[in-house]
Design a protein around this ligand. Structure first.
Ligand SMILES: [Zn+2]
Length: 76
């Protein structure tokens, strides 16, 4: 028997199973789904909020991240 706790979240998030995380823009509060993508070229990466154009996050490496806007703040 596997732990029921380990499966609870997976089942609830079935609709967006490719996403690994959620990220909220610190400036405007927009919420993004973060998914790993291997399509991005090898380079430096940054995630820019499409609502307020602020750089939300930066990282390095060969694996890219796709940020998909999930919900915008009401005042944007
Ligand atoms: Zn923002």
């Amino acid at each position: 028997m596997s732990s029921p706790q380990a499966h609870g979240r997976v089942m609830r998030d079935q609709a967006r199973q490719s996403s690994i995380d959620e990220f909220q823009c610190a400036r405007c509060g927009a919420v993004y789904d973060v998914a790993i993508t291997h399509r991005a070229p090898r380079a430096e990466y940054d995630a820019i909020c499409i609502v307020c154009c602020e750089v939300m996050n930066e990282w390095h490496g060969t694996v890219g991240r796709a940020y998909t806007l999930k919900s915008q703040p009401a005042h944007a």
